[in-house]
Design a protein around this ligand. Sequence first.
Ligand SMILES: Cc1cc2nc3c(=O)[nH]c(=O)nc-3n(C[C@H](O)[C@H](O)[C@H](O)COP(=O)(O)OP(=O)(O)OC[C@H]3O[C@@H](n4cnc5c(N)ncnc54)[C@H](O)[C@@H]3O)c2cc1C
Length: 392
Amino acid sequence: MSERADVVIVGGAVMGSATAFFLRRLGHTGRIVVVERDPTYRDASTARSAGGVRQQFSTPENIRLSQFTLDLLADLSATFGGEAAVPFQENGYLILASGEGRDVLARNVETQCSLGADTVLLEGAALSGRFPWLVTDGVAAGAFGTRREGWIDPMLWMGLFRAGARDQGVTYLHDEVVSLAVAGGRIESVGLGSGGRIACGALVNAAGPWAGALARLAGIALPVEPRKRYIYVVDRREAPEALHRAPLTVDTSGIFFRPEGRRFITGISPEEAEEPPAVDLESIDHGFFESAVWPGLAARVPLFEEIKVVGAWAGYYDYNTLDQNAVIGPHPEVRNFYFCNGFSGHGLQQAAAAGRATAELITTGRFATIDLARFGYERIGLGAPLFEENVI
Ligand SMILES: Cc1cc2nc3c(=O)[nH]c(=O)nc-3n(C[C@H](O)[C@H](O)[C@H](O)COP(=O)(O)OP(=O)(O)OC[C@H]3O[C@@H](n4cnc5c(N)ncnc54)[C@H](O)[C@@H]3O)c2cc1C
């Protein structure tokens, strides 16, 4: 059986749903089909995200992408209607730097503030006075987002776009894209696992960690792959209220923690040489918590010497191995193949603006809200990275 759609979006989690939502919002009236192989989203990055929203990035585009989400959060009903509710836990982010990293941190704070963020650089007594639970040995400064930073529920956020897209007549198809037919510099159709085929006017890659695999079906190299990350849930009995109000804190070592209800979540990205194989999400390396997380966490926040691990999960980062930044826009030669990929662990907060940007490109051929030209695929072909320094 063969059918046709004006836009086929592969992947129906946060990125695909935001793209579909904004295509309709921008007046696209054609047939839009979102192909999603797992409507339970069990392994999707979105479902396993920590939900953090921050303005503390080094790349101006990343700051703007997250600010778009913050603007939406400030008045959800304006975009999604009166019933929309996604609680925003606005505790802030606190990013710590050693003496070596201090100048970079200060420069990043300047960039953020020049774009309207309220990030302050705290040093010495100002830092330890504000966060009395913190040991500041080896810390030269901390950058703290005093407002408009925190975390949200990832699936509630995704649900707004998905429901909004469906309400506007977008079709969600439970199937897997297993082949792409390319001819004359265009994707002509997608082949489905069920045996069907959909001819398409435009194709959007919203396949998250599997974006590289999808691009390969068209013979295109996209350096995005799944990278397994662990999040550990810990209980600290009778923790002081100040710790429950803590920001998402990133140590100089890269270890992070934040409150999660009455508990806390914590983790760290492994060294490149220690990346665990991305073959399943069921196996959790508890030894990694013992060796790579707990000692550093307890050294920075001694209250965490007495904790119990009460849960853990693993998820795949949609990791761009070139520069840990997103790839947004069409392929330079296969012009109707649009990427919305490679967010490397910060895509939940950027999905709204990235989806909108992708929709703008499809409907008008140019960016209108945020100029994301530097995130284009061209830099991949040129091997010219645009590094993001604040990857957590
Ligand atoms: C542990 C962890 C913590 C994170 N913390 C944060 C955070 O604090 N803040 C933040 O902003 N971001 C965070 N992220 C990153 C963020 O979750 C992702 O960047 C974002 O969810 C990516 O969304 P996506 O829709 O592109 O990908 P996904 O959510 O992975 O969705 C891709 C979808 O595509 C489908 N798919 C793939 N291939 C095919 C195919 N061939 N055919 C049909 N369907 C297909 C998959 O089934 C999947 O549902 C975190 C991620 C992880 C894993």
